[in-house]
Design a binder for this molecule. Structure first.
Ligand code: NOJ
Length: 548
């Protein structure tokens, strides 16, 4: 393979941004209540600036009963008191901007919390009254309507419908506390256009849109043959509630709002879609009047495999260029097993089964870490933007063995304790080697940290040659100096076990095999683990070369 892939032109900041994902509950706790907060995040802006990122994406920070980690929003125009206030949020945005960092907020339009005033009003109203129309209430089946209107499953397990005291059912594709909104309702549409405006007026630069492939439901309510699975949905045609054509009309409405505001503020805004759809559908979300970017979940699903990763990369680049977007690279987030753990588990491991039954040692941590570093370096050299999940720059692995009584994910609850969910990737960040929560805060953290977090803390790695944190810092600095705007990519034929490409005389080569690979002549800029010796690249390693 030696063809060239063209990269779309455009100088908007998001095209090549390194975006750092902050999970506010677990980042830094300034007030000592065991939960992270906005002041904690503000205090770490110098750390983020030194890391070399371009933007932060804040997971939901709105008032919420936190029955799904904040994706159950009770008020879209405010900040949860446990995280701070709107003034704090504004101060954070200003601090970030002063440090040259953009801010992306998370918008959750598919559902609200059951504590949202609209749902409270809907439940208090009579069946079939207008207040219920903003959600999806229906009569049940069976003689007394005692059966749910359809057989749809909640992504978190159990049925997607719950029955109210008055006999009607409401739809919730996620937790029972997350009623789905009715996106055929004009008030719902107007409300969200206004929420976009609200946050742009407060100063944010972009939006990560939750369940972007959801929103529209087939109102003839056909039954489904398949059970939904957590977040891997949207892969069948004409699905009654995922990836339906009409969703694109809504996206266009939002884009029009962003375009108007771009003109008003004279700055580039962006929306990135969390759309778990089949790879062929992704470009549809990226048409010029829709999203700017969409997360590349296809790559998240790739195991450590040279061919799968190479074709996933090629496809993402070609697809993004076909719609003048830019590719996105994601390895970890708050919903998936941390990637060093994925790459350290034997090929084909069922992650859920491993989380439930172990053994922990099945994961070769050192190998997973090494491979994780090789992959992130490869991604940072590619055209497009990279999303980094907090703690990956410290080399954190999944914490698979949290005590059952602290598990908080609705997946654990709704599956009646048969599926563990996502708590293991949400454990608070270790900042120092000692202290009650390794510098996360003064109190006991909302999820306990394992003892080895001490050695992985920022303090343990800061300024230490060869540490993962320093490798990330070097890689980000070199990326912005040399890779960004290097233009088109040409595959290099180096070895069948390598992913190797060149961008205007700079090359990145990753060794997926078991033996060394001979390198083309060049000057080594950075390697992900052992230095390349005698023009050889060790297994599980990436090197960046300036070709000579
Ligand atoms: C996707 C979010 O990333 C996830 O954390 C959440 O549980 C679901 N959407 C429902 O909002």
């Amino acid at each position: 393979m030696s063809e060239t892939i063209h990269v779309s032109a455009g100088n908007e900041w998001w095209r090549n941004a390194v975006v750092y994902q902050v999970y506010p509950r677990s980042f830094a706790d300034a007030n000592g209540d065991g939960t992270g907060d906005v002041e904690g995040i503000r205090s770490r802006i110098p750390y983020l600036a030194k890391l070399g990122i371009d933007a932060i994406w804040m997971n939901p920070w709105y008032p919420s009963p936190l029955l799904d980690g904040g994706y159950d929003v009770a008020d879209y125009r405010s900040i949860a008191p446990m995280f701070g206030s709107l003034d704090d949020a504004q101060a954070l945005i200003e601090d970030a901007h002063r440090a040259g960092i953009k801010v992306i907020v998370d918008l959750v339009p598919n559902h609200t919390s059951w504590d949202h005033e609209w749902f409270v009003e809907a439940l208090a109203a009579a069946p079939r009254s207008p207040a219920r129309d903003r959600y999806i209430f229906r009569e049940g089946k069976g003689i007394d309507g005692e059966l749910p209107p359809t057989n749809w499953s909640s992504v978190f397990g159990g049925p997607a419908w719950s029955r109210c005291d008055d006999g009607q059912w409401y739809l919730h594709l996620f937790d029972i506390s997350q009623p789905d909104l009715n996106w055929h309702h004009p008030e719902v549409r107007a409300e969200f256009r206004d929420i976009f405006r609200f946050w742009i007026d407060l100063g944010v630069d972009g939006f990560r849109v939750d369940v972007a492939h959801g929103l529209i439901k087939d109102l003839s309510f056909p039954d489904l043959d398949l059970a939904s699975e957590i977040l891997t949905v949207g892969h069948i045609d004409n699905h009654p509630h995922w990836d339906r054509d009409e969703v694109h009309d809504i996206i266009r409405e939002w884009r029009a709002v962003l375009n108007e505001k771009e003109a008003e503020y004279n700055k580039d805004l962006m929306m990135v879609a969390e759309a778990w759809v089949k790879a062929e559908s992704v470009p549809l979300y990226l048409r010029p009047d829709e999203y700017h970017q969409s997360f590349n979940f296809d790559f998240v699903g790739c195991p450590w495999d040279v061919d799968q990763m190479r074709s996933s990369i090629a496809r993402a680049l070609v697809d993004a260029a076909s719609v003048n977007s830019s590719a996105t690279w994601v390895l970890s987030n708050h919903d998936v097993l941390r990637h060093p753990t994925r790459y350290g588990l034997p090929a084909g491991t069922d992650y859920q089964e491993w989380l439930m039954t172990g053994p922990t040692e099945l994961c070769d941590q050192q190998l997973g870490t090494q491979r994780g570093l090789a992959v992130i370096m490869m991604l940072l050299a590619l055209p497009g933007s990279t999303y980094i999940y907090q703690g990956e720059e410290l080399g954190l692995h999944e914490v698979p063995d949290l005590p059952h009584d602290v598990l908080d994910d609705p997946v654990w609850r709704r599956s009646e304790n048969t599926r563990k969910g996502r708590d293991g990737c949400r454990v608070p960040i270790p900042w120092t080697q000692t202290g009650p929560s390794f510098g996360f805060g003064e109190g006991a953290p909302w999820l306990p940290q394992p003892a080895h977090f001490s050695d992985q803390s920022v303090e343990a790695q800061d300024g230490v040659d060869g540490s993962i944190l320093e490798l990330y810092r070097s890689a980000l600095a070199l990326r912005s100096a040399h890779w960004v705007e290097r233009g088109d990519l040409t595959w290099l034929n180096v070895d069948s076990n390598a992913i190797a490409f060149e961008r205007n005389r700079y090359a990145s080569i990753t060794n997926f095999g078991d033996s060394n690979i001979a390198l083309p002549p060049g000057e080594v800029m950075l390697t992900s683990s052992q230095p390349a010796q005698q023009d050889q690249l060790a297994p599980n390693t990436t090197v960046w070369l300036r070709l000579t």
